[in-house]
Design a protein around this ligand. Sequence first.
Ligand SMILES: CC(C)(COP(=O)(O)OP(=O)(O)OC[C@H]1O[C@@H](n2cnc3c(N)ncnc32)[C@H](O[C@H]2O[C@H](COP(=O)(O)OP(=O)(O)OP(=O)(O)O)[C@@H](O)[C@H]2O)[C@@H]1O)[C@@H](O)C(=O)NCCC(=O)NCCS
Ligand SMILES: Nc1ncnc2[nH]cnc12
Length: 317
Amino acid sequence: MSATTACAELACVPRAAPRASQAAPSAADANRAPSDARLARFAVDALLEEAHLTPKPALVDRRGSGAHRDLDLAVMTRSALALEPTFEALARASRNRAPSVPLRAQLAQIGRAGEAAMMRATGGSNAHRGAIWIVGLLVAGATICGNVQASSAARICDLGAQIACFPDRFAPSADSNGTRVRDRYGVGGARREAQDGFPHVIGVGLPALDAARQRGVDENAARVDTLLAIMTSLDDTCLLHRAGWPALTAAKRGARRVLDTGGSSTASGRAELDSLERTLLALNASPGGAADLLAATLFIDKLVRHRTSGSPTTWNI
Ligand SMILES: CC(C)(COP(=O)(O)OP(=O)(O)OC[C@H]1O[C@@H](n2cnc3c(N)ncnc32)[C@H](O[C@H]2O[C@H](COP(=O)(O)OP(=O)(O)OP(=O)(O)O)[C@@H](O)[C@H]2O)[C@@H]1O)[C@@H](O)C(=O)NCCC(=O)NCCS
Ligand SMILES: Nc1ncnc2[nH]cnc12
């Protein structure tokens, strides 16, 4: 499918730490599609904002390492920053292309080089393998989409899904955690999430973020509640790989309880969130796939929403 959407320009969003300050959008930014560099910057910003978001149950955040022994906030930050050239290369390769077998093969090679860059940056820890896949495909989808407007989210996800559905011709026969878990439990994992059109971004994450903002909770709580909404239904192979079905069930039910008792901004919701975290830590399990899908939601939100909102989100991390 070719890029046909006629869209307006994408403005750069004023944002807080942890990254160096960004240039404000210039008049020259008007009426053109986001550049490769800007798409990459949004992708990295989304990863950084996810990592710094606090509190997240059993995940790395500003409080500590959660259930992870080999990850902390400094490692997650180094990993995200090291991925900027990867996301930019994914965008560059997708420019003026349509989803196809050759494009899929080229993106896969860039993605694998990105995984190697992540491993070098983290000293061998897997911080963002899932995010390279999920957000990388959305970067490609956004590039092919061209100009981006408020209604572009579904098209970007659809284009990313089309790419994911083509075979990865040069894939090494990998024996990944995800492959083992999919065989054992019969779940779809990261691959299926992309091939199905990113349902946890388009059908869960973005609506949950909208709903939380409309409820008037602060942006931090809105994002935590969005993560929890994703957790309520995601078959997260990170949880399954670490602690099997009990961890996945505890994560889904616990996240639902937090939301049903008012969300993370309420005292009762916060108590349920603490309880969910204790349960996951006891199982040595963490919802890494849900964290990646939150980052993907934030990436799309930046692309399609901030420019049109008129009042860009400002929040401290
Ligand atoms: C298609 C791939 C994603 C490969 O997938 P596969 O499932 O075979 O491999 P995994 O290595 O298991 O990676 C999948 C990661 O995706 C995240 N995830 C899990 N469930 C879902 C889901 N339902 N939807 C979306 N995403 C999901 C998750 O990533 C996060 O967890 C990681 C941390 O886990 P942890 O257990 O701490 O770490 P490990 O070191 O792995 O465990 P130990 O061995 O130490 O015990 C962290 O990375 C988070 O991001 C899953 O881990 C894809 O990778 C692929 O084919 N790549 C090739 C390149 C390519 O084609 N690129 C395309 C262009 S971008
Ligand atoms: N914040 C986080 N903690 C642990 N694993 C992750 N994978 C992606 N984001 C993560």
